[in-house]
Design a binder for this molecule. Structure first.
Ligand SMILES: [Zn+2]
Length: 157
């Protein structure tokens, strides 16, 4: 899914009228209505492919929802197994988490900065910080459990 991003939020198209609406990073979990037709808009129900480090930094620093990051690369077999599982997670949990994909070949500076040694690696960011990380492919149910656990740990701090 291609979701446009700017310095203030995610730009999504209204499913009802097609109007583009901005979902501010700080209010991603809130109910937002289309500015034109008042249809309720959800945060994206599909993984968002990131194409710039600036987008990553803004999203992670300001998102009001946990951000689940999939570090992957096109040549990585297990990454291809994770992709449909992540889609399931994102589809089941709109408004609960933001799922993003970071191609470590394309955004190698992010992989280096976060010391990603193997892919696929899944990380959860909350409140601007990485709160959990796990390496290796796993099915959707286990990804959801991992994110739930990470969010719980974050709340207890
Ligand atoms: Zn609309």
């Amino acid at each position: 899914m291609t979701v446009d991003m700017d310095d203030r939020g995610l730009i999504v198209s209204c499913p009802s009228c097609g109007q583009k609406n901005r979902l501010a990073y700080e209010r991603l979990g809130d109910e937002v209505r289309c500015g034109k037709c008042k249809q309720t808009l959800q945060s994206p129900a599909e993984p968002i492919e990131l194409h710039s480090t600036a987008d990553f930094d803004r999203l992670v620093a300001r998102s009001s929802l946990p951000v689940v990051v999939d570090y992957w690369a096109p040549w990585c077999g297990p990454c291809r197994m994770v992709a449909p599982e992540l889609k399931k997670v994102a589809a089941r949990q709109p408004g609960k988490m933001i799922v993003v994909k970071v191609n470590t070949d394309e955004l190698s500076d992010l992989g280096q900065r976060h010391n990603i040694r193997s892919i696929p690696t899944l990380a959860v960011f909350a409140g601007g910080k990485e709160v959990a990380r796990t390496a290796g492919a796993r099915p959707a149910d286990q990804i959801e459990a991992f994110v739930a656990q990470a969010s719980l740990v974050q709340q207890q701090r």
